[in-house]
Write a protein that binds this ligand. Structure first.
Ligand code: HMG
Length: 384
């Protein structure tokens, strides 16, 4: 039985910072950000777009009434959760009017979370083929103003509907994974910002990719892969990982993988790091920009979450998968975003929700964004 991604979509907040503006404000050569880091813009989440609102906005676009009735599992993967106890999936269930007969939960392991969720969803549907599973990756990447990580921030969510006989990508059971307790990146409970040993995190990412790839190549020949996708915290990171293969694989294979890699980073370069959704944003970007891929092409996906877990897994494109994508809607979503000044971005960045139990009404979005955080009152969040 085939199980995999039946539908996929992303959402990102409707405002962004252009990284040339950030470079000017930080007195940095813009080419460091544009070429050295490989990013152009980053989406900025105001208080109304927390990870619950973004998750609901991403999933709203792909769920029919029938899907909502047939779901048996809803997982929100995030490392920017809004509650230490209650799962974001429960807010999402309510906002999207999903049937009550589901398992709803939240999952965390840095940027690996969505891959863990997708694998759980895959196994769930294998066992319960008449039901579907919804996996949503939703995150706000925050390192702080004037930090080295600032240019690698971003915000957004990716929603994936997992079903049997999927229309987009059938997932294989074959996967290669590795875990290791490491201090490359973390965020203590009391901190709004992540802490990172930047250069070490890059080294560990590359080390895990190399070790996992070495195991995988014994079972999967590189010429069988139409594309190799990466977790993209910033596009240079994926480029560096791909480059590790340049002298190891035939030139024609490297050229093919590089050409498809270029298509896979186009959305992420404008959205920024969305942590656990980043790999899946790469998948959407590839599928919505590349017109040379064909049904049955095999795609490899490398997932990396700091802390650290890495996994390389595979999927096969399905006939007529293009008909189930949303390129126009995604391009409009990006084009409609408002360009912020650096002052506006800094102001938004520093705004916080009250923590003293008082009532705070949140300024609603000026756009047509369907779901948003409306207020906090008595320490509870209320959504529209
Ligand atoms: P930095 O100190 O700005 O680094 O931090 P840099 O000074 O080395 O510059 C970066 C690159 O720009 C270098 O290229 C420079 O040569 C180049 P590289 O050596 O890397 O190839 N450069 C220029 N290029 C062109 N023209 C110029 C110019 N100037 C310099 N004029 C760093 C960069 C990524 C470390 C920082 O932004 C950071 O700490 N980011 C956060 C951590 C991170 O994203 N790590 C990635 C791996 S870990 C991961 O992916 C997991 C994660 O998503 C979290 C999770 O799992 O939840 C982060």
């Amino acid at each position: 039985m085939k199980v995999g991604i039946d539908k996929i979509s992303f959402y990102t907040p409707q405002q962004y910072l252009d990284l040339t503006d950030l470079a000017a404000a930080r007195n940095v050569d813009p080419n460091k950000y544009l070429i050295g880091i490989g990013q152009q813009q980053m989406s900025v989440a105001a208080l109304d777009q927390d990870i619950v609102a973004m998750a609901a906005n991403a999933a709203e676009a792909i769920l029919t009434l029938e899907d909502r009735q047939n779901l048996g599992l809803v997982i929100v993967a995030t490392e920017s959760g809004v509650d230490q106890s209650k799962a974001a999936a429960l807010f999402v269930q309510d906002l999207l009017q999903i049937n009550p007969n589901i398992r709803a939960l939240e999952i965390k392991e840095a940027c690996y979370g969505a891959t863990a969720a997708l694998q759980l969803a895959h196994d769930f549907v294998q066992l319960h083929p008449q039901q579907k599973a919804l996996v949503i990756a939703s995150d706000i990447a925050r390192y702080g103003l004037n930090t080295a990580g600032e240019v690698t921030q971003g915000a957004g969510a990716v929603a994936m509907l997992v079903s049997e006989q999927p229309h987009i990508l059938a997932l294989e059971s074959l996967a290669f994974y590795q875990s290791k307790n490491a201090g490359d990146f973390w965020r203590p409970n009391y901190s709004q910002q992540a802490l990172a040993r930047g250069k070490y995190s890059e080294e560990l990412y590359l080390q895990m990719f190399t070790q996992i790839y070495q195991r995988a190549q014994q079972k999967v020949a590189i010429d069988q892969l139409a594309a190799l996708l990466f977790h993209i915290p910033f596009s240079k990171m994926g480029r560096k990982a791909l480059k590790t293969l340049q002298d190891q694989i035939p030139e024609a294979d490297y050229k093919r993988l590089l050409a498809r890699f270029e298509q896979s980073i186009l959305y992420g370069q404008k959205v920024g790091n969305i942590y656990t959704g980043s790999l899946y944003l790469s998948l959407i970007s590839l599928l919505e920009h590349d017109n040379s891929l064909q049904a049955h092409d095999r795609i490899a996906l490398f997932s990396y979450g700091s802390g650290a877990v890495g996994e390389l897994f595979f999927g096969q494109l399905q006939p007529n998968y293009q008909a189930y994508l949303r390129p126009q809607a995604h391009q409009e979503l990006l084009q409609q975003r408002r360009r912020l000044t650096v002052d506006e971005y800094e102001n938004i960045f520093q705004r916080q929700l009250v923590t003293d139990g008082s009532c705070q009404e949140i300024v609603p979005p000026t756009t047509t964004t369907k779901h948003y955080l409306k207020k906090v009152d008595q320490h509870e969040r209320f959504y529209q």
